[in-house]
Ligand binder design. Structure first.
Ligand SMILES: Cc1cc2nc3c(=O)[nH]c(=O)nc-3n(C[C@H](O)[C@H](O)[C@H](O)COP(=O)(O)OP(=O)(O)OC[C@H]3O[C@@H](n4cnc5c(N)ncnc54)[C@H](O)[C@@H]3O)c2cc1C
Length: 377
């Protein structure tokens, strides 16, 4: 089949890898000029580690893993309030892998680029489907016909909008911003975070570099997705007057041209496929940035779709894809508001309670490990 994939981040190249290996002719169209770097470290968890192994990229992923020791929460003057260790909350401690997002994007791009055709700086403009295929026009003026179209173009997916209509996204009442910062603002291999009610600012240091991180609670805001200066102003006014290193992090926001700002949202769809179009990754089932599961869902979902297509025609395959992948998506989406309560409590009392409760987490984790050991015996 001729397959068009929109998006070259995590879901797109993983889908391209599997579909080219199955003998399909794959084109990947990406709006940016190259695979987009940037972002804080991300996690490859559980079944996604198995996917990486099947793709033959696990050793490369492991070789660039970060060495995060944990998260320190500090007060306005920088004094430690509490800390969290990865083992306190990881579902598969020792097996899950954290790495820089840019590293994973480039590993997956390398895995797929020789067998798929990549087209950068372009985007799907229209889709017109009939019983035998999909006619596609592109923003730069081209047109072509494909047997299937896969939307792997993230939270604001163009393919989702064109094939399914508006809707599907659910704002979770928070916004996030990321900016590269001077590692001296943080502490090597630690996340350092400062909360005030409804806000968190932090520095995540990894492999010699560092990402400044902001989140704040807010109802849905109206702003221009393309107007980065407007987004910067919005963030700066939200965090004005905060203590700790926040003024210096805001200086980095003012100075950067590598700024990421987005709503913390989930995508919930009753079906990820319609006709000859399928959605993969954040485009179909974004679990929200703070779930730590977006990458895992994207890699596992892309593989589930390709496995399903290997077994037969696209109609039956799309149904199998949904059946195979939905339990993991539901699980990942369900846990997000619990993470929000820990990361970004809405009140002073919430921050205090979080600090007290996190002190008990190492005890809870030890109890879980001992129960697991007893069950194995
Ligand atoms: C710059 C950036 C930084 C991120 N930082 C973090 C982070 O720090 N922590 C975290 O947990 N998650 C982060 N994410 C999200 C994370 O990558 C995803 O949740 C997850 O890995 C699933 O990946 P995905 O491929 O489905 O979607 P995404 O990673 O969002 O990728 C979508 C891709 O589609 C492209 N695209 C968008 N619209 C079009 C279009 N119209 N035509 C063609 N291509 C299009 C985008 O440029 C992007 O390459 C970030 C995403 C991006 C793009």
């Amino acid at each position: 089949m001729k397959v068009l994939i929109s998006g070259a981040s995590i879901a797109g190249p993983t889908t391209a890898y599997w579909l080219t290996r199955a003998g399909h002719e794959v084109t990947v169209v990406e709006r940016a000029a190259r695979p987009r770097e940037g972002g804080a470290p991300i996690d490859v968890r559980g079944e996604a580690v198995e996917v990486a192994e099947r793709m033959g990229v696990l050793d490369r992923i492991r070789s660039v893993r970060t060495n995060t020791q944990g998260i320190l929460y500090v007060d306005r003057s920088g004094r430690r309030s509490t800390r969290l260790y990865p083992g306190d909350f990881a579902e598969n401690p020792g097996r899950d892998i954290e790495l820089e997002r840019a590293d994973l994007v480039s590993i997956l791009y390398d895995a797929a680029k020789d067998d798929a055709e990549y087209v950068f700086e372009d985007s799907i403009e229209t889709l017109a489907e009939d019983s035998a295929g999909v006619d596609v026009t592109f923003a730069r003026g081209g047109e072509a016909r494909f047997d299937l179209v896969v939307g792997a173009d993230g939270l604001h997916s163009v393919v989702r909008g064109l094939a399914f209509g508006p809707g599907g996204t659910h704002h979770l009442g928070m916004y996030v911003a990321l900016v590269p910062v001077d590692p001296a603002l943080g502490r090597a291999d630690w996340g350092v975070m400062h909360n005030s009610p409804g806000r968190v600012a932090g520095v995540y240091s990894h492999r010699g570099s560092a990402t400044g991180f902001f989140m704040f609670r807010s109802p849905e805001l109206s702003y221009d997705y393309r107007d980065v200066d407007q987004q910067k102003k919005l963030l700066i006014s939200e965090f004005a007057g905060e203590g700790w290193q926040v003024p210096r992090l805001l200086d980095a926001v003012r100075a950067t041209d590598d700024f990421y700002f987005d709503s913390v949202s989930q995508v919930r769809m009753p079906s990820w496929t319609r006709g000859r179009v399928a959605l993969v990754g954040d485009a179909g089932y974004c679990p929200a940035l703070l779930s730590g599961m977006g990458t895992t869902l994207a890699m596992v979902g892309a593989t589930a779709l390709a496995d399903a297509l290997a077994a037969g025609d696209h109609r039956a395959a799309f149904a199998r894809y949904d059946l195979a992948h939905r339990p993991l998506v539901d699980h990942a989406q369900a846990g997000v508001m619990r993470s929000a309560a820990v990361l970004i409590p809405a009140t002073r009392f919430g921050i205090w309670s979080r600090n007290q409760l996190t002190k008990l987490l190492p005890l809870a984790a030890a109890a879980r490990r001992s129960t697991r050991r007893r069950a194995q015996v």
